[in-house]
Design a protein around this ligand. Structure first.
Ligand SMILES: Cc1ncc(COP(=O)(O)O)c(C=O)c1O
Ligand SMILES: [Zn+2]
Length: 407
């Protein structure tokens, strides 16, 4: 039997997708499933089928899938050499159907909605979860409500709107909006599968299982990932905890959660050794996708990170943009500023921690840079202009000097 469990106070409650918060301490809960021997179904391509023993789904409706998962683990050899690092990889979740890791969670939450006969779903999003929920909602033919921040980028707004969801740009505090969505959802029976939805978190576990399988069935030593509401990191930690329960690994990786300095309530609490974070009044960062001033699972994340010897750090916008450019120019990976926080976090972390030569470090690239072109400064790129007549001469000046004059 499954039930909801509060990781903060350990209380347990029956599963109710309209009520995911612990009535005792108001933290969001996770879905607990009975232990027992679980297997990977490696003959299956679809991750929901491959990892079905680990997911709280009675049956899997393959027709609801959009081909999520199976994202590549890409070696970052040039960055590794440039910074004298041990083995470094990107788990590139921008390969997902709507360009972000959110699809791994939405895929599971939508399966749950359909199996429960729910015909109205929704989400509150800074953008990525909006497109993801709208796409899977369209696929499942359920009415989808998407509440977005007023300052959402046009790319993110349109890439959600095209799926036919009802979009509402909401002015006001994002933390309050999230809370309000849950109370509206309960009243109107709209399943708001927000960032910390327990079934969404179950879906994020699949990213961890894929990392394990792609790493020759070993746990990497370090996983760097951006943290905002907290659902993503809870899902990944839970994945490795379950692998440990199954005796498939000895030790879970060291998780390093990264926030943008202009919105870093969890990094601030972690650094100060506090068990509870303080919500922010104002946020300012280029990494708009991770700018939640009042992360709903924040206290649970702090507890999990402490219990598992992880870290939460913050990085400056200028380093986020530098990291975004280096990932693109040295490795060919164009990601969101939210995702390049991982490389910037690694730069910072490297100053304090001595890596072992045999360590393996993974950066979770959570979303594609195409979703936030606004973040790119064209002035910093190698862009030139020429007429047809002077193109020859212009190419000559643009070529690296070592190639000039070669036929
Ligand atoms: C691109 C990207 N990366 C990371 C995150 C952080 O995930 P979470 O809010 O589950 O902590 C988000 C959340 O919106 C995101 O959009
Ligand atoms: Zn509780």
């Amino acid at each position: 039997m499954e039930y909801f469990e509060c990781l903060f106070c350990d209380k347990k409650f029956p599963v109710d997708v309209f009520d995911i918060f612990c009535s005792h301490c108001r933290e969001p809960m996770i879905c607990y499933s009975p232990p027992g021997k679980k297997n990977f179904h490696l003959d299956k391509v679809n991750p929901l089928e491959k990892f079905r023993d680990f997911l709280p789904l009675e049956k899997i409706g393959k027709e609801l899938s959009l081909g999520e998962g199976n994202s590549p683990l890409i070696g970052l050899n040039r960055l590794k050499e440039k910074y004298g690092l041990p083995d470094l990889y990107a788990k590139d979740e921008s390969f997902n159907p709507t360009g972000s890791f959110k699809d791994m969670g939405t895929a599971v939450s939508v399966q749950k909605a359909v199996s429960l006969g729910i015909n109205k779903i929704g989400t509150v999003s800074t953008g990525n979860m909006a497109a993801s929920t709208a796409a899977y909602g369209a696929r499942a033919n359920v009415k989808t409500y998407v509440l977005v921040k007023e300052d959402v980028t046009q790319e993110k707004l349109l890439s959600a709107g095209i799926f036919g969801a009802s979009l509402i740009k909401v002015k006001g505090d994002y933390g309050e909006l999230t809370k309000k969505s849950f109370s509206i959802g309960k009243k109107k029976k709209i399943y708001f599968m927000n960032s910390v939805d327990p079934f969404r978190i179950e879906g994020y576990k699949m990213i961890g299982f894929e990392i394990f399988l792609q790493s020759n069935r070993e746990a990497p030593q370090y996983i760097f990932l951006p943290v905002s509401a907290g659902g993503h990191i809870i899902g990944l930690i839970k994945a490795f905890q379950e692998l440990k329960q199954q005796d498939l690994i000895q030790k879970i990786p060291t998780f390093v959660g990264v926030q943008a300095e202009g919105c870093s309530p969890l990094a601030a609490a972690f650094t100060a050794g506090q068990t509870r974070f303080q919500r922010l009044q104002k946020v300012k960062t280029i990494a708009q996708s991770i700018s939640n001033p009042d992360p709903p699972a924040g206290n649970t994340v702090l507890k999990l990170i402490r219990e598992n010897n992880g870290f939460i750090t913050s990085v400056r916008d200028e380093d986020i943009l530098k990291a975004q450019k280096e990932l693109a120019q040295l490795e060919g990976i164009f990601c969101l500023p939210a995702s390049s926080t991982t490389l910037a976090g690694l730069w910072k972390f490297k100053k304090e921690v001595k890596f072992d030569r045999n360590d393996k470090i993974i950066l979770v690239i959570t979303g594609t840079g195409l979703k936030s072109l606004k973040a790119i400064d064209p002035a910093g790129l190698d862009i030139h202009q020429a007429s047809l007549e002077d193109l020859d001469a212009t190419i000559q000046t643009v070529e690296p000097s070592s190639l000039r004059g070669m036929k």
